[in-house]
Design a protein around this ligand. Structure first.
Ligand SMILES: [Fe+2]
Ligand SMILES: [Fe+2]
Length: 158
């Protein structure tokens, strides 16, 4: 590299792009689970799902939701999403660190996956859509904050 070439700044996704990428990643893990036969593999993928969802929900609750609530003066979408997170937590607790022991365990993973899909759909079609339209939100700054916190939590939880 010559002296004149600049090192490109690390590309940081904006808030909604970062959260959407998380959604995609976890959805792929649920799809992978469906194909698995061995309990050891199932355990491994469930661990990834639980960690990913926990970190994702936490950065939304700590950073994204409060910022959006304030900017949109929202009294409906964010509280609803927060309640859904609480339900997600109880579903996660039923499979986290539990031995995959047959059809009931598979059913729990499936129900969690369906619930996540529902939550993600509402988030993306309503909350993200409104957040993108708002002039009061700096989505690139929020993206940076989300990324920093995500990396922090990954280092402690992984
Ligand atoms: Fe969420
Ligand atoms: Fe989300």
């Amino acid at each position: 590299m010559t002296k004149l070439e600049r090192v490109p700044a690390k590309k940081i996704p904006d808030a909604t792009a970062l959260l959407k990428a998380d959604h995609k990643e976890v959805n792929a893990l649920f799809e992978e689970y469906e194909t698995l036969k061995s309990n050891a593999k199932k355990k491994e993928v469930v661990k990834k799902i639980c960690t990913a969802l926990t970190i994702h929900a936490q950065i939304e609750e700590e950073i994204f939701y409060p910022a959006v609530k304030l900017a949109l003066k929202d009294k409906e979408l964010i509280p609803e999403a927060a309640v859904e997170h609480a339900t997600l937590e109880t579903l996660i607790a039923q499979i986290q660190d539990v031995e995959p022991d047959g059809e009931i365990f598979d059913a729990k993973v499936k129900v969690l996956g369906e619930y996540v899909k529902h939550h993600v759909k509402e988030e993306q079609s309503q909350i993200f859509a409104k957040a993108k339209e708002s002039s009061k939100l700096d989505l690139s700054k929020l993206g940076e904050q989300l990324l920093r916190r995500k990396e922090e939590l990954m280092a402690t939880l992984a």
